[in-house]
Ligand binder design. Structure first.
Ligand SMILES: [Zn+2]
Length: 489
């Protein structure tokens, strides 16, 4: 035997093994039968969304009585617009402005499901008003789109949930399982007065939910893959939230005789050290996503993703390149606000900065403080929670192996032309996290196709949704309520 050939044989074997694994990674899911067609009145759904946009349910950090009036108007608008719902479902008003509708099922053995939408929207920045093509609260219908604040986030979901139930009631459908519809009024300012209170109410009644569906991932074009085909991403967990306050003190005095570093300098160095020492990256939450859409990835990504035991660092380096994918592999941090000093020639007595973190499941608030405390390693810098409500842990990870998820995935593929579906870590916060004490299967999915350009309209300018999307959303929710309403899980 020629011993010099042994390493070559090993290398060939290794490459063959890695290629074999790569092939396994590109399994294409088999097609499912499309969902049954139902007729949806596109103009009417669009008109209803337009009307809902015109009700200015805006969440502000300080709410006056005047700001709250539109929520009461919205309650009345639902009563008037959806007579079947108003007649046949039980309505409970929670904390004056949030709503819980209950559609009782015929089989009390089955745990209820809950579908959520928040009624509130973020304000429109006065400075950007001129860039809007329409008045943001006019609900204008133009060029096949309904325009305005909340069109995507998330009055379209709110309206199409109502449309679907109104339609199912009209068709005399009776679910076996109880279906709760919840409409929070303060999601954009954290949901502590709305969804948290609804959850507490349900908990006090002994309710345990089989599943929750809220806003979240969408049908996205080209965000994870370079392919032209859309991918439907369903959040099965969401990142935690933490705003850290960094502060440093200095001695005020004349800036002509400065110390080596002022409070502003101390703080700037701390922030620079944080940026140089981000929280460590890991692949455990992104791999389940990549596995499901592996067949759409370019060969090099597929090869790396299929062989992470050897190519973990290569894969991480690749994902770290873009902010969108970097956020899928680690807890991110961003210095967002800084202030210090009162005049250019006075040494600052203090300086303060806020750093916003989004915590990956597995990284706790405490872990983040320990990590960045070590990175900064400067006793002159005080690091603390910015306020009592500026931190919460990442959500639990819901299983994708149970009937609630699998039926959801099926309905997405039935309605949206066999689109590939993958679970993922939703990067922002939603109301649904408040339901964790009474539900372990919580999913975050907004059933519309979105381009990167339209995605910028969320909390931005020219927010709009296509009228065709609204039709698909009604088809999707009607189908899902049918499936979840009858399935034994
Ligand atoms: Zn939202």
């Amino acid at each position: 035997m020629n011993f010099t050939l042994v390493p070559i044989a090993l290398i060939i074997f290794l490459i063959a093994w890695m290629l074999f694994r790569t092939l396994q990674f590109q399994r294409v899911p088999s097609d499912v039968e499309p969902a049954e067609k139902i007729s949806v009145d596109k103009l009417l759904v669009s008109k209803h969304l337009s009307e809902a946009i015109q009700v200015r349910t805006i969440s502000k950090s300080v709410m006056t009585d005047e700001d709250r009036t539109p929520f009461v108007q919205m309650h009345a608008w639902i009563e008037k617009t959806y007579p079947q719902i108003s007649k046949k479902l039980t309505k409970t008003i929670i904390n004056d402005y949030s709503l819980l509708y209950t559609w009782p099922g015929s089989d009390p053995r089955l745990k209820p499901v809950l579908l959520n939408a928040h009624m509130d929207v973020v304000p429109v920045d006065e400075k950007t008003k001129g860039e809007w093509k329409v008045n943001p609260f006019s609900g204008e219908i133009r060029d096949g789109f309904v325009w305005g604040r909340g069109a995507l986030d998330m009055k379209s979901i709110f309206i199409t949930l109502l449309e679907s139930i109104e339609g199912l009631l009209g068709a005399d459908y009776k679910p076996k399982r109880t279906i709760h519809l919840t409409f929070g009024h303060d999601e954009e300012i954290s949901g502590f007065q709305g969804s948290l209170k609804i959850m507490e109410y349900l908990k006090s009644k002994g309710t345990h939910l089989a599943a929750v569906l809220d806003e979240g991932g969408m049908l996205m074009l080209g965000s994870l893959t370079d392919s032209d085909s859309p991918v439907a991403l369903i959040g099965n967990t969401e990142k935690g939230y933490l705003t850290m306050k960094l502060s440093a003190e200095g001695k005020p005095g004349h800036s002509s005789r400065p110390p080596r570093q002022t409070a502003v300098g101390i703080l700037s160095r701390a922030i620079a050290l944080m940026d140089d020492h981000p929280m460590p990256a890991a692949l455990n939450h992104v791999l389940p996503t990549l596995k499901k859409i592996g067949f759409l990835l370019p060969f090099s990504s597929k090869f790396a993703a299929a062989n992470t035991s050897l190519l973990k660092q290569v894969m991480i380096k690749q994902l770290e390149k873009k902010p969108e994918t970097n956020a899928l592999v680690r807890t991110t941090h961003a210095a967002t606000m800084i202030k210090g000093g009162i005049k250019d020639n006075i040494l600052p007595a203090s300086a303060e900065a806020l750093v916003n973190l989004r915590l990956m499941p597995g990284d706790s608030i405490e872990d983040a403080f320990i990590h960045f405390g070590k990175a900064v390693n400067d006793p002159r810098v005080k690091m603390e929670l910015a306020s009592e409500i500026s931190g919460w842990e990442a959500s639990n990870v819901s299983s994708t192996d149970n009937p609630a998820y699998l039926t959801l995935e099926l309905v997405v593929r039935q309605v949206f032309n066999n689109v590939p579906v993958a679970p993922f870590v939703f990067l922002a916060a939603t109301d649904s996290r408040h339901y964790q004490p009474i539900c372990s299967d919580i999913f975050k999915f907004s059933p519309y196709l979105i381009t990167p350009e339209d995605q910028a309209g969320v909390h931005g300018i020219n927010e709009r949704i296509s009228q065709d999307s609204l039709v698909n959303m009604v088809v999707f929710y009607s189908r899902l309520m049918h499936v979840w309403g009858d399935a034994e899980f």
